[in-house]
Design a binder for this molecule. Sequence first.
Ligand SMILES: Nc1nc2c(ncn2[C@@H]2O[C@H](COP(=O)(O)OP(=O)(O)O)[C@@H](O)[C@H]2O)c(=O)[nH]1
Ligand SMILES: [Mg+2]
Length: 220
Amino acid sequence: MEGTGHLDEPAQAELEEQASKLFSGRVDFLLSAPQLKFLPEPTVPEIAFCGRSNVGKSSLLNALTGRKAIARASVTPGRTQELNFFEVGEPTLLRLVDMPGYGFAKAPPKVVERWKELVRTFLRGRQVLVRTLVLVDSRHGLKDVDRTMMQMLDEAAVGYRIVLTKTDKIKASELDTVAAATEAEARKHIAAYPLVHRTSAEKGMGIAELRAAVLSDAGV
Ligand SMILES: Nc1nc2c(ncn2[C@@H]2O[C@H](COP(=O)(O)OP(=O)(O)O)[C@@H](O)[C@H]2O)c(=O)[nH]1
Ligand SMILES: [Mg+2]
């Protein structure tokens, strides 16, 4: 999808330039919150990232911030149950929140319940959370665990963008099909942005536009 969807070309280019400057500046890991009592003070707008384990979340965070390893890629899939906070800007203008991955194979029901509880409470109670990005592997499209996540976001009234990842791995025609199907489903969700983002952390596709969208969502 094209940037924020409602800007003319010069305005979009300027927003991308501004976003690129911001994200190439200060980006620091702040803290990791295994429980909600460890959340940082809600002082700036936050944008959260979520998706199935292995969807490419760490890689996307690294691509957005132009870092090699701000977020560790593939530690042990499904093991991380913390919310990781990163601060962007000097002084801090916004935070990125790396949410625990979901849909990992053979997770014990207790782990899944714990994940749901943590995420649901965070989504409902976090006043500064302005947007969530739901990452979806473009090779697979939406899965039931993504739909569960989307429903939780609808219920918490947290607006979200669906971001297709790893688009370098499929043909353009296949990407069009997946994007269309995903958008058709997004339109049925109250809190979903109707257009999907197409990204490749590997090739850099869609990254500048997504950065601009994040900046615009943060309203800074
Ligand atoms: N080809 C390709 N591979 C990717 C892309 N993004 C992530 N990957 C690979 O997918 C795997 C999982 O990525 P990671 O960022 O660790 O996923 P996470 O578990 O969601 O944080 C790694 O082997 C990455 O190298 C991409 O845009 N293109
Ligand atoms: Mg990761």
